[in-house]
Design a protein around this ligand. Sequence first.
Ligand SMILES: [Zn+2]
Length: 425
Amino acid sequence: MYVTGLKNYWKLSRNLHKPLSQLQERQWDDFCALVRFAYEKVPFYRRLYHQAHFSPSDLKSPEDVRLIPTIHKKLLQEADPNGLIASGFQRQKLVHKHTSGSSGAPFDVYYTAEDRIYRTLLHLRILFHNGMGFFDRMLQISDARNVPKFRYGFQKLRILPKDFLFCGDPPKQQLDLIAKTKPEVIYSYASNMVLLAAEVRQLGKLPHQPRLIFTTGELMTPDHRKVINEAFKTQIRDIYGIVEMGDVAWQCPVVSGYHLNIDSFFVEIESNGQAAQPGQTGRLIITNLHSRAMPFIRYEVGDVLTAPREDPCSCGCTFPRIDVIAGREDDWLYSADGKRVSSMIFIIASVPGVAQYRIIQRALNYLIVEVMPGHNYNRETLERVKHHVQELMGEGTMVDVHKVDHIPRQAGKIRSVISEIGKQS
Ligand SMILES: [Zn+2]
């Protein structure tokens, strides 16, 4: 298994430097092959494509992808679960991932053991490209109190050593463990690193400086990055993953945009029913090219990204880059006159005295901001937060700021923006 894994890793790492046109050609071939496969082997897709009068032979060029109906989580939740698995795969032999999701009903995803290895290799490629070594100790701050049951055998040989920490433990306890285990690399949700940064400010010293911090699973705002950087003074790389399919895009040492794994995914960014132009913002539609047991073809995730730009990156990777991950559609706020306000522009975590925060939009003209106090918290903290939010939202919005002891997590993540008003445009 390890020989195959190493061979596959070698192939994947070579892809990083291949000419983009060659990668795109291969990507299109893989996409067409997957659509044909799903049409023949997966009852869900066969029915869907029949209803849409689509046949895989209609695919002549990448522009034709729009003939294929998109799918979304709700459609998959409502479908017969057996009809989602390709014939030839036995559900009980597949790896099963139960996704709780921060919104919506739970959902089950199935993939093969080989695909689990492939996901791991994609993940390692990001870590190694960013300078992590085979023997660097990683501390993964995760949403599970217990260490995951599944471990690769090589981890017992001290290759890629990994410790785990529960993100629900108090920040002081987490920092103590970081000081004790001295990891070269920390892997965590950004919100948890923001909390740890507040604790470092409180302590007045950093107990241990990792060489690299990887964040994932949440919207990484410039403000969060700044706060984490001020406390840990180290390199930070954010990874954009989709729980149903693994790591999709990632920051390289240049930290200018996120490289899209185009050897493993077919990505479309759509704006007003059209393909978005490079740099333009739109909704993500993604096809997972590396998993066949339960295919995801033209899956609408509900995230808003910018269309990829193809200019070369000085890190040497030829994969196109998306510039900003603008978050899910419900991560946007709306001003009283109906304008969209990105949660990326708030700098609440930088306000002295704030350890963590959450913005809840109750109505078009009413926001609540919950603030968990941190180091240097005083009477002015809430006033400053209010002033900052009011300035960005405009005078028509009423802003209430409350001090709270705790910000709830969902599956370990903290959603710093919650919209209760539904989609507006
Ligand atoms: Zn790069």
